[in-house]
Design a protein around this ligand. Structure first.
Ligand SMILES: Nc1ncnc2c1ncn2[C@@H]1O[C@H](COP(=O)(O)OP(=O)(O)O)[C@@H](O)[C@H]1O
Ligand SMILES: [Mg+2]
Length: 236
């Protein structure tokens, strides 16, 4: 479970999070949505301890995260922008991360799942954006964790890989895992999300099921419903 209470974060004069509170629980897939620059990545990085909030409290599985690091072993994180060392090959990178994490890894399973065999000996700097994203996904799902935080996992993926990603998320969900996922692909949200969390102006503007979102906006189509939220009064 992740609980966020009254989170504030400014970058200089730019107040990005202004009193954001949130509670999400295991077994749920939560889609974190909001316009570009609304603070989705900042929220995620705050939970991971990569951004230090100015104010507020974050708990992961009941424990406050401030100045702690052990809890991060329970979080698997897919960064929006992966900075891989370009001179390594795919297999060198995977082996290196497996060595560092010292946890059981489903390496072969994920290599097969995302069709990475033909790329194992290629240098990361020579891969296309979509293939890099598959490497990024394989790294994230190689390790078993109770919480998966995915920042724009659909970026650059071809349809076959997108299907594999959705299958993997559903599989892990059936094992009780918690997912926080940002994406701009509404079909992805519609197929997977138990709840939508919509960020606007530094706060959560809407949190609820797609059904609640449809009712609230009077829009049946999710894309239109999302677009319509920000024209209404906030509920949270
Ligand atoms: N490290 C940083 N330094 C300065 N400004 C930042 C930093 N990270 C994010 N921002 C700013 O915070 C705002 C929210 O960014 P971000 O959380 O990345 O939004 P989103 O992921 O929703 O697109 C943007 O205006 C961005 O420019
Ligand atoms: Mg972002």
């Amino acid at each position: 479970m992740i609980e966020v209470e009254n989170l504030h974060k400014k970058f200089g004069k730019n107040a990005v999070l202004t009193g954001l509170s949130l509670k999400v629980e295991g077994g749920g897939i939560y889609a974190v949505l909001g316009p570009n620059g609304s603070g989705k990545t900042t929220l995620i990085k705050s939970i991971l301890g990569m951004v230090v909030p100015d104010q507020g409290l974050i708990r992961v599985n009941g424990q406050p995260t401030h100045r702690k690091w052990k809890y991060r072993e329970e979080l698997s994180y897919l960064p929006q922008i992966a900075n891989f060392p370009g001179n390594l090959s795919v297999s060198e990178l995977l082996d290196m991360i497996v060595d560092l994490r010292r946890q059981p890894a489903r390496q072969q399973e994920l290599i097969a799942e995302f069709g990475l065999e033909p790329f194992l000996n290629k240098k990361l700097s020579n891969l296309s954006g979509g293939t890099r994203q598959k490497v990024n996904l394989a790294l994230t799902f190689m390790f078993d964790s109770p919480v998966y935080i995915l920042d724009e996992p659909t970026n650059g993926l071809d349809p076959a890989s997108l299907i594999r990603l959705k299958e993997r998320i559903r599989l892990e969900q059936s094992r009780g895992k918690l997912f926080l996922v940002t994406t701009h692909i509404m079909q992805f949200v519609e197929e997977l999300a138990d709840e939508v969390i919509y960020l606007l102006e530094g706060k959560i503007y809407f949190k609820g099921t797609l059904e609640a979102l449809r009712q609230r906006t009077g829009q049946n189509d999710v894309e239109h419903a999302i677009a319509a939220i920000s024209t209404q009064e906030p509920n949270a």
